[in-house]
Design a protein around this ligand. Structure first.
Ligand SMILES: Nc1ncnc2c1ncn2[C@@H]1O[C@H](COP(=O)(O)OP(=O)(O)OP(=O)(O)O)[C@@H](O)[C@H]1O
Length: 341
């Protein structure tokens, strides 16, 4: 478990004092994938550097599995830091070393013998899906493969926490998805706690259990990913959520649908969690004298269930349409009437 209490970092540049991280309180239970999202300058990198002991706080503490890493130094701190590993946006590989040598590097530093190193690197190469590339140099690898080396190297010393600093920001969307899938797989298989920082909401949507939104050094919103997507409170959070949902459900789409389906009434349904798997539409069609056309839909999956929207065209008498909408409301499906088309 990671516990941040009143964590604060002030940079004093002589001319000015800048509070990069401002009284952050956070608890991340073991085995969770926790995301921190914010724009450039929000304080994410500073927070992550405080988490791995690279930066000393001005106030507050960082506890990892009960040990206050801000209160130790020297060999004790080095040992504690081995339990916290990190992967980076630009991979930070050693270019003159092969894949295997990069992965073995932290083991060499930890004084692990050659035979043991070889065994461990072979296991890790398999775990991250780089079989056969042992002797390749980083320059011969794709971006996704380089990040796989970064992940394998980060896992070499059996860490308890993996910190990911914009780990997929330099990758194309397909490669990003593959690396995120690998992180989820590692989290499940090894029970590793993952803390990631990003400015991309789809990364949060795809793999995180909970999310913290940072602005001006503070955590301004915190919650289960599914809940934050459904009820974003702060404007900044709404903007991040829109990064993912607006492309799927833009005003342009709605205008287009109105033109295309001029009859009856357009109704938008918002499904969250289990509802997305219930046969609500089947029941609606069976029990009400309305014609139902699904004209637009999008279901996205998060680590804790699905959420999404469906736009229906309902045709029938005003009375029957009213009853059908009331039925949907009674099943906890958020319903938004988009007006007569
Ligand atoms: N060593 C430093 N000395 C002075 N100011 C710093 C230092 N490191 C960070 N800052 C300042 O602290 C604030 C937070 O920076 P930080 O890098 O943590 O934000 P971020 O959210 O990670 O943004 P980015 O994604 O651009 O790195 C910024 O205003 C930055 O200029």
């Amino acid at each position: 478990m990671i516990e941040l209490k009143g964590l604060t970092k002030v940079f004093d540049t002589g001319k000015a004092r800048l509070t990069a991280v401002d009284h952050v309180d956070l608890t991340v239970p073991s085995g969770e994938i926790f995301g921190i999202i914010g724009y450039s300058g929000a304080g994410k990198s500073t927070l992550i550097r405080l988490l791995n002991g690279l930066e000393q706080p001005s106030e507050g503490s960082v506890e990892i599995n009960g040990q206050n890493i801000t209160a130790i130094s020297g060999p004790k701190l080095r040992k504690a830091r081995q339990k916290v590993s990190m992967i980076f946006q630009h991979f930070n590989l050693l270019w003159s070393r092969t894949v295997r040598e990069n992965i073995e590097f932290p083991l060499e530093i930890a004084g692990v013998g050659k035979e043991e190193r070889r065994k461990r690197s072979a296991e890790l190469i398999e775990l991250v899906g780089l079989e056969g590339r042992d002797n390749a140099y980083p320059s011969q690898l794709s971006g996704g493969q380089k990040q796989r080396v970064g992940i394998a190297r980060a896992l070499a010393n059996d860490p308890e926490v993996l910190l990911c600093d914009e780990a997929t920001s330099a990758l194309d969307p397909q490669t990003t998805d593959a690396i995120l899938d690998l992180l989820v797989d590692i989290n499940k298989r090894l029970g590793l706690t993952i803390v990631l920082i990003t400015h991309e909401m789809h990364v949060i949507r795809k793999i995180c259990h909970r999310v913290a939104v940072m602005e001006g050094g503070r955590v301004v919103e915190l919650g289960e990913v599914l809940h934050v997507f459904q009820h974003p409170k702060e404007n900044i959070t709404k903007t991040f959520v829109a990064q993912v949902t607006e492309t799927e459900d833009s005003a342009e789409t709605v205008r287009h649908l109105r033109e295309q389906y001029p009859e009856g009434q357009l109704v938008k349904l918002i499904f969250v969690g289990d509802q997305a798997e219930q046969p609500i539409l089947t029941q609606l069609i069976r029990e009400y004298a309305v014609e139902v056309n699904i004209v637009h839909g999008n279901i996205s999956h998060t680590q804790r269930g699905a959420y999404g929207t469906l736009i229906l065209q309902l045709k029938g008498t005003a009375d029957e349409i009213g009853k059908a909408i009331a039925f949907l409301g009674a099943h906890d499906v958020q319903t938004e009437v988009m007006g007569n088309a």
